[in-house]
Structures are given as structure tokens and as C-alpha cells.
Ligand binder design. Structure first.
Ligand code: FES
Length: 608
């Protein structure tokens, strides 16, 4: 038999090889391994690099040659999705994703009252007697508010208490459902995990339900990331295959379990102390978590299976968390305005504001909501993964060493990397700064075209040395690393597509709601990425309209903050219904005005 051996960080994993599977598919079958594969295995991103150190594989394909230099090929570097093993093979995969910088700060803090959906109550039932022949279950339910329910698991626990003639007990409730029963009185605090399931990152906050105190946070890159950078590539991966859906569902469930165990352990607690997991994410992430096929979200008319708020048992979603834990899922609005945006609207209090506010969450989709206490409008634009570093040749996610900011004094420029580590590539905020620099320095015109050599001759730019012609393509090079630090015309086009779609989304919402940009009093820039970008650069490249200058506020993880609110106060969970009722969703793919705006917004603002 043939064996696939993977060296991954400090791990060495052996698997027998199923014939016909490429290296990416083999890596996908290993639950604890993450590989960067933004295009989901189509061979178009060039990021799924592995190194073969032993054994034979299919010849290097033309698709790979586009991304691999001769030196790479000599070292045994291959694209996993384009390489078929020929016999036993040993492969090294650098775990570049494990220390990504993830925005954990939980958005605007919640200072309202505590009234959690999950509560504990001590009951002291009168002992059984000849005079009172009611069953223990009947006596318990009659002593509780009407509508209280219990399931057979709790009934079995009651049986144990009856045997011991113990009538004092602590009940845990999720709303009116008894979720746990322990003997005696135990009013120690209980805890909930509030989870923001992003397409790229997953962030969890452990909160004390009795005090509202934040006990700890933990985060990681979404372990489904190996199956594609954006929701569409994950939906593509799943196709009609139930096993693949359950594979991705398992991934997110295990990741939530891991984040729960990490935060509980750090706080000196254990799984018994956890009463609930509150979660929000985009509609596709919510579908995958629930094991619902997201297929129809990807094709017109983009209808999800369910957008309801939901309370589920761990066993209903393949989670290994103890039976007493409940998953409380926030509702979504539509296929592309998910529970994450509903949570963001909740935490920024836009739906209660007198002023007109704009919420922009920039990820692979740009989700935008605008409104005030009277009404809200929302839309989602496919920004593509450019700002996450994907589809950009030297692009990376927010990992140590990623260039996160770019500064220029007119003559020269400098940059900073995450954690001051040696350069590993350029991430979203750096890409926006760099684009702003190229525009200001006149190296790129408003149509997004790099100056060519004749332009340099007639009108030499300040830093022409940094533009080179490489095999007929103009690229901007810095640090004299023309093969490893560069930004190409194609990269710039990706930025134009991304910024064009977000700018057009904002313009369309403003128009459709009958307002003008001047009416907007506050702009909330949400999400990890939103918090790192330089406002001036975002305005300079036209990602945000110039008119909004001075009104932009970064709100960190607004989704996480909304989920925390729901965990601490059931009234906040109720408010999500009010948000859904008030919010109109505009489908941009069929909106004529959007197409026109999109063409216009592809251009950059002009500079003198
Ligand atoms: Fe292999 Fe994109 S090129 S995953």
C-alpha cells in the first residue's frame, strides 16, 4: 500500500493514499491540518504550496508554472491542488496560518442590565408522602412557572434523586426548558461562550452570566479556510455531497469546542460550568453549523433554508459539548445579510439611533447597513478576497510579518509589518495604503493603469525606480525584491473590483433610501480588517466616499459585541426581531443603479 506522510509543524502524520486524490484532497482528510487554499483547489490562487521531500508525484503542470519559480520547483515546491502522488510520498506543509493576528476586541462594550436567557434556580420540593401522591416530575413542574418543560435526560436525573430521597436540587434553564439538574444547592455562576463565526476567523468570548464579566477570549482562523477563502468556494466544495457538508460542520463544531475548552481552562473552569454557546456568522456559516445545505444561497434567487433564531442541543449539530449546553443562534436577514450583521446592528445601536448611521463590514463580502430608529436598509456586495490578501500575488492574511501599513514622505516610503517580523507579504490594510501611495505618487492613474515606460520618460515620477517591467508586465517593486515583494497591474485590478463593489454598495443604499451622503452622521467600520485600515487611505482610494471624512469610527468586532449582548440579556435577543422587521434588504445583482455605480466606483479619485 502507498502512504502519504505529512510533516506539519511538530507533527508527522501518516495516512494511506486513496487513489486519484491530489495532495490538497489528502490534506483535507486530516482534521487537525489547515492549509491556505483560497480558491478551494481550482489552481488559480497559487497559495496551497507544499514541499515534497520524498517520493514521486505527477509532473509540474502549466497551472503550477504560473505560480512557481524555477528555484521553487528545484526545491520540490508544488501546488497541492495540482499534484497527484505517484506512490508513497512525504510532504512538508508550513503552518503559516497558526499565528494569524485576529481582532478580538469585543466591539462597543455592553453596559446594560443583565437578564440572561440561561438561569439557575434552586428548588426544594416537599418530601413524598401518603397524602401527596403526585409524581416527583409533577410536583416539580407544578412548582415551576407554567410552560416549563423537561426532557427524558432530566427525568432520569429525577429518578436518581427520588432513589436517594433528595428533594433539594439546582435546575438550569434555557428560557422555559430545564437543561440541567444537579443535586443540592449550587448557585455558583454559570457561563456562556459568545462566538463570532467569520468566514476567515472565529472569535470566542467567555462571559459570566451572573456578573456580565468577560472571563477570556480565544480565536483562530476558521478551520474551514482550507476549503476556500470565501463562502462561494466553500459552497462549491460542498456541492450536493452530504459527507462534505458534515465534514465542514464537524470542523466548526470542533473549533468551537476547542475555543470553549481554551477559555474555560484559562479561567479555571470546566465544561460543566458552560451553559450555552451563543453564535452568529454569515448565513452560509450558520447553515454549515446547523448542517443545512447552503447550496441555494449561491444561486439566484439566493434563498437560504432558514434564517430563524434557534436554540439547539449539541447532539443536533454534531457537537461533542455536554448535553446540558444549548446553542443559541442569532437570526439572519437574508442569504447575504447574516446573523453577524444583525449582531453588528444590535451592538452599534443603529436601529435605536436618532441619527442616520452607516455600518460597513469589509470582508470577502462587504456587508452594508444604513438607517436609524425609523428604518434600515442593507445590502451585500461581493468584494472578493483581495483585502484578505487572496488573489494578490504577494498578498497574505494578517499573519506576523505581513506589511500592514505603508507610509510615504513624498520621496521615499516606509512600511510596518505585523509584530515587526521579517516581511511575509502584504495584507489588506497594507494593500489599501500601498494603493493610496501609488495614486498620490502618480504611479497609477485614476483608471487604475500603471504608468508605462513612455510615461516615465515624459513625466518622470518621484520614485520611478520602483516601477519595473517584468516580462511585459509593469509591477511596483520595493526593497529591491523584484521576485518576492511586488504589486502588479493584475493585483491593482483586484483592488479596483473590491473597492468598486463596496463604494457602489454604499452609493446604492444611499440612493435607494432617499438620503444623501451628508445626511449620514456616523460611519461604523466593523470587523477585524476595518479596525486596521487607515481612514485616510480608505478615503484616498475611494473605498469610502470622501464626503464621510471625519465621521468614521472603528468599532472592532461589532458582531462579537452583539452576540455578547444576546448572551447577557434576553431582551437584546428579542431586539434582533425588531431589527429584522425594520430592515429592508436590497438585492444588488438585480439592481440597475448598482451596476452603473459599480462601473463608476471602479475608478480611483483623481489627484492633481
Ligand atoms: Fe491550489 Fe488555490 S491554487 S488552492
Amino acid at each position: 500500500s502507498t502512504t502519504f506522510t505529512l510533516h506539519y509543524g511538530s507533527m508527522i502524520i501518516n495516512e494511506s493514499i486513496s487513489p486519484g486524490k491530489n495532495l490538497l484532497e489528502l490534506i483535507h482528510s486530516l482534521p487537525s491540518v489547515n492549509i491556505d487554499a483560497p480558491c478551494g483547489g481550482k489552481g488559480t490562487c497559487g497559495k496551497c504550496r507544499v514541499r515534497i521531500i520524498e517520493g514521486e508525484a505527477s509532473p509540474v503542470s502549466d497551472a503550477e508554472k504560473k505560480f512557481l519559480s524555477a528555484a521553487d520547483i528545484k526545491k520540490g515546491i508544488r501546488l497541492a491542488c495540482k499534484t497527484l502522488p505517484e506512490g508513497s510520498v512525504t510532504v512538508v506543509l508550513e503552518d503559516s496560518m497558526h499565528n494569524a493576528k485576529i481582532m478580538e476586541s469585543g466591539g462597543l462594550p455592553y453596559t446594560g442590565r443583565l437578564n440572561p436567557l440561561l438561569k439557575k434556580k434552586v428548588m426544594n420540593l416537599p418530601p413524598a408522602s401518603l397524602e401527596d401522591q403526585r409524581s416527583l416530575e409533577t410536583r416539580l413542574l407544578q412548582a415551576l412557572p407554567e410552560g416549563s418543560v423537561l426532557d427524558h435526560r432530566i427525568r432520569l436525573k429525577l429518578a436518581e434523586l427520588q432513589q436517594k430521597e433528595q428533594y433539594e436540587m439546582t435546575l438550569s434553564f434555557c428560557d422555559t426548558t430545564i437543561t440541567n439538574l444537579t443535586p443540592g444547592s449550587d448557585m455558583t455562576p454559570s457561563y456562556a461562550l459568545a462566538v463570532d463565526i467569520g468566514t476567515t476567523t472565529v472569535v470566542a468570548y467567555l462571559v459570566n452570566l451572573s456578573t456580565g464579566q468577560m472571563m477570556g477570549t480565544a480565536s483562530g482562523l476558521n478551520t474551514q479556510k482550507s476549503f476556500g477563502a470565501d463562502v462561494i468556494s466553500r459552497i462549491d466544495y460542498i456541492g450536493d455531497d452530504k459527507e462534505k457538508l458534515s465534514q465542514l460542520q464537524q470542523r466548526i463544531c470542533s473549533q468551537i469546542e476547542e475555543l470553549a475548552s481554551k477559555t474555560l481552562k484559562a479561567a479555571g473552569l470546566n465544561e460543566e460550568d458552560l451553559m450555552a454557546v451563543f453564535a452568529a456568522g454569515n448565513t452560509t456559516m450558520m447553515h454549515i453549523l446547523q448542517g443545512l445545505s447552503p447550496q441555494t444561497i449561491a444561486r439566484a434567487p439566493f434563498i437560504p433554508v432558514s434564517t430563524e433564531a434557534m436554540i439547539l442541543k449539541p447532539s443536533e449539530i454534531a457537537s461533542q459539548l455536554p448535553d446540558h449546553v444549548r446553542f443559541v443562534l442569532l437570526p439572519s436577514l437574508s442569504g447575504y445579510i447574516g446573523a453577524d450583521i444583525v449582531a453588528g446592528i444590535l451592538s452599534t445601536e443603529i436601529a435605536e439611533s436618532e441619527d442616520l448611521c452607516l455600518l460597513v463590514d469589509i470582508g470577502t463580502n462587504g456587508e452594508i447597513a444604513m438607517g436609524n430608529k425609523d428604518s434600515l436598509t442593507s445590502c451585500s456586495t461581493a468584494a472578493g478576497p483581495a483585502f484578505e490578501g487572496a488573489n494578490i500575488q504577494c498578498g497574505v492574511g494578517g499573519i506576523p510579518g505581513a506589511i500592514s501599513s505603508f507610509r510615504s514622505d513624498g520621496n521615499s516610503f516606509s512600511f510596518e509589518t505585523i509584530d515587526d517580523k521579517p516581511v511575509s507579504g502584504i495584507c489588506g490594510s497594507g494593500i489599501i495604503d500601498l494603493t493610496a501611495y501609488l495614486l498620490k505618487a502618480g504611479l497609477v492613474d485614476f483608471t487604475g493603469r500603471f504608468q508605462d515606460e513612455s510615461d516615465w520618460r515624459n513625466n518622470p515620477p518621484a520614485s520611478k525606480d520602483s516601477l519595473i517591467n517584468k516580462d511585459g508586465e509593469i509591477r511596483f517593486v520595493w526593497e529591491n525584491k523584484e521576485d518576492s515583494l511586488y504589486f502588479t497591474q493584475k493585483d491593482l485590478r483586484e483592488v479596483q473590483l473590491a473597492k468598486g463593489s463596496i463604494g457602489a454598495g454604499i452609493a446604492t443604499l444611499v440612493k435607494e433610501s432617499g438620503h444623501s451622503l451628508d445626511d449620514i452622521k456616523k460611519v461604523y467600520l466593523a470587523g477585524g480588517f476595518g479596525s486596521y485600515i487607515d481612514h485616510q487611505s480608505a478615503l484616498a482610494i475611494g473605498l469610502l466616499p470622501q464626503e464621510l471624512q471625519g465621521r468614521i469610527h472603528c468599532v472592532g468586532n461589532s458582531c462579537g459585541a452583539g452576540v455578547i449582548r444576546c448572551a447577557l440579556n434576553r431582551d437584546e435577543m428579542e431586539k434582533t426581531k425588531m431589527i429584522l422587521n425594520k430592515t429592508k434588504y436590497i438585492e444588488l445583482s438585480s439592481n440597475k443603479g448598482f451596476q452603473e455605480e459599480y462601473m463608476l466606483n471602479m475608478y480611483f479619485p483623481e489627484y492633481d
